[in-house]
Design a protein around this ligand. Structure first.
Ligand code: GLN
Length: 295
């Protein structure tokens, strides 16, 4: 790219540069990257198109466009992703929150509101929290809940902590380091609400994922073992030890896994009923399990 003069020229050049590198929506992505560099909302950006590029902006913009041209996910290049109306920091080391995971949040809130009152001070845990999108959203939506997170990746814990601070939840959410439910089992802790979006891609399918996903997003957050169900097996085995007498469990699952995961929940012996919820593409995506209070 030659040194651009106006913001409009920079935008147009970047757009064709990204197009040449196979970017699917070059004009849109060039605008997002440029607005990120200039720190501008859309309206002021559009009004500034005839202005000259500020000092240093061209170089920074070019560096970002080159990362994107190498197929690094746009969210890592910009450094954020919106989830359930809030902005989360993301970088390599955590999975980029996906829109289908918002359905997990909706279902947890909906079921919890049916099972308890909104004033209940529930203990909730998010297993494999990554950027913290699920746990921090629940903590924001239900300020009375005591939310804990577990992750095996210290990188992820650091990012989730940064996100907690940015959302004003710094002291409210607990970050535990460990493998799935081990930190809870170790301390004999029990919860009312257990949620997880564990790695669920079957190992042999990982190589077939989009290049953006498999080359940049953490394998630890994607690879679910031979049939993709390893984490669900381990989570469900531990349900009798970690669930309180009345409890709600909700997992995100991969394509064709919902029935198996619902069976694993029932096989734990402590879940009374399950429900399967599809995503917007019609893929069964969320499995909910309810443990009813014994009267
Ligand atoms: N939804 C992610 C993907 O398809 C996978 C997330 C996961 O394994 N939990 O790339």
């Amino acid at each position: 790219m030659v040194q651009p003069t106006t913001i409009r020229e920079a935008l147009l050049r970047a757009s064709s540069f990204l197009q040449e590198h196979g970017c699917r929506d070059p004009r849109f992505e060039a605008e997002l990257l440029l607005r990120h560099v200039l720190d501008m909302e859309r309206a002021s950006f559009l009004a500034s198109l005839p202005d000259p590029m500020p000092d240093g902006a061209a170089e920074r913009f070019q560096a970002l466009c080159e990362r994107r041209a190498a197929q690094e996910p746009l969210q890592y290049v910009i450094g954020t992703q919106e989830f359930f109306g809030r902005e989360f920091l993301v970088r390599p080391g955590v999975l980029i929150p996906r829109p289908e995971t918002e359905i997990l949040i909706e279902k947890v809130l909906q079921y919890a509101d049916r099972m308890w009152t909104k004033e209940s001070e529930l203990a909730a845990v998010d297993i494999g929290t990554g950027s913290g999108a699920i746990a921090l959203t629940l903590a924001s939506e239900r300020p009375l809940w005591a939310v804990s997170t577990v992750d095996l990746s210290t990188d992820a814990i650091e990012i989730a902590r940064d996100n907690a601070k940015r959302l004003g939840l710094g002291d409210k959410v607990r970050f535990l380091h460990g493998d799935l439910l081990e930190p809870l089992l170790l301390h004999g802790e029990q919860v009312d609400v257990l949620v997880s979006n564990p790695p669920y891609i079957p190992s042999s399918d990982v190589l077939e994922l989009d290049r953006e996903v498999k080359e940049y997003e953490p394998l630890l957050a994607l690879d679910g073992g031979e049939d993709g169900l390893n984490c669900y097996r381990r989570l469900c085995e531990a349900l009798p030890a970690v669930l309180k007498e009345q409890a709600l469990v909700a997992f995100e699952v991969g394509i064709h896994q919902a029935q198996d995961v619902a069976r694993l929940m029932m096989a734990s012996g402590v879940i009374d009923e399950t429900a399967i919820v599809p995503d917007l593409a019609g893929i069964d995506r969320i499995v909910v399990g309810v443990r009813k209070q014994k009267s």
